[in-house]
Design a protein around this ligand. Structure first.
Ligand SMILES: Cc1cc2nc3c(=O)[nH]c(=O)nc-3n(C[C@H](O)[C@H](O)[C@H](O)COP(=O)(O)O)c2cc1C
Length: 274
């Protein structure tokens, strides 16, 4: 589980408890701290310590900042800052987008900075341009609602991009997120190279509309459906899902061809034990 951006808890001690509760109720769980990639390394460390996090997420949210009246307008020095944070905190660092996707070039740059994981945060799900524009009314920036790389394409960019790079610059962990609502999307993401998927909006909507019991049921259903699909695919674990042939068609295929991602490799790959 990842907590939301901890800036509020770092700036106002009274709010720190609203983050610490995640550790209190889940002492053994894998928890991710979350701050902007632009914060000072000391603050990033404080966020990790606040919830005794197992890893740290640094979010990149350029579109969101630019659509907020009070948002950041300069992002100078962020790459150097990410590198410093990676060296400063004692846990692995994951860099994530929040709905606009990460390209292969960016993934390679981040890997070179010492980042251990990438959460693609592609477009197609929660849309912060839409959220922020409904507050700021800056309609000239409405085109940002469709800005970015979709979740499927960003995942292909990051996973195929890192496969083609030298081992030293590849990203060990890839998380796919952005608009994931159904178990079939989870299996497709795993088959395209994700180690895990992230879900935010879909769970939140279920909780708000139908309550906690319904959310628990939804999560249990996802888990059951994954097992059903893994059985039907003959995959005993995530690594084996990644050996299942995947046929990529239409616009996604066109995109891949333009970007030098070999779709035939996915369609013609062979299961080792078949
Ligand atoms: C209500 C809400 C608050 C969010 N706050 C943060 C945040 O503080 N930091 C962050 O990195 N991402 C934040 N996200 C983005 C999610 O982590 C995720 O990248 C994005 O929502 C795409 O996934 P989804 O389509 O499943 O919602 C938030 C998402 C939602 C729905």
């Amino acid at each position: 589980m990842a907590v939301g951006s901890q800036t509020a808890g770092l700036n106002r001690q009274a709010l720190a408890g609203t983050y610490k509760v995640a550790r209190e109720v889940n002492p053994q769980g894998f928890l991710l701290a979350n701050v902007s990639a632009g914060v000072k390394p000391e603050l990033a460390l404080a966020a990790v310590e606040m919830i005794e996090a197992d890893a740290l997420q640094l979010h990149l949210n350029g579109v969101q900042e630019l659509t907020m009246d009070e948002g950041d307008r300069t992002f100078q020095g962020w790459a150097e800052n990410i590198e410093k944070i990676c060296q400063f905190v004692p846990v692995p660092v994951i860099v994530k987008e929040v709905g606009n996707g990460i390209s292969r070039e960016m993934a390679a740059q981040l890997a070179g900075l010492g980042v251990k994981g990438i959460d693609t945060g592609g477009s197609g799900g929660t849309n912060f341009a839409t959220i922020e524009l409904s507050r700021s009314k800056r309609e000239n920036l409405a085109f940002l609602r469709s800005w970015g790389i979709s979740s499927a394409l960003s995942l292909l960019e990051v996973s195929a991009g890192t496969l083609n790079l030298k081992q030293a610059t590849s990203v060990p962990l890839i998380i796919a997120s952005g608009g994931i609502t159904h178990s079939t999307q989870i299996v497709k993401a795993l088959a395209l190279g994700a180690d895990a998927v992230g879900i935010a909006g879909s769970f939140l909507r279920e909780l708000i509309n139908n309550g906690e019991k319904a959310l628990r049921e939804k999560i249990n259903h996802l888990s059951e459906e994954l097992k059903v699909m893994m059985l039907l695919l003959g995959a005993q674990n995530i690594a084996e899902i990644r050996e299942v042939p995947v046929v990529i068609t239409g616009f996604t295929r066109e995109w891949c061809e333009q970007r030098g991602i070999d779709v035939k490799k996915y369609a013609q790959r062979k299961r080792e034990n078949c």
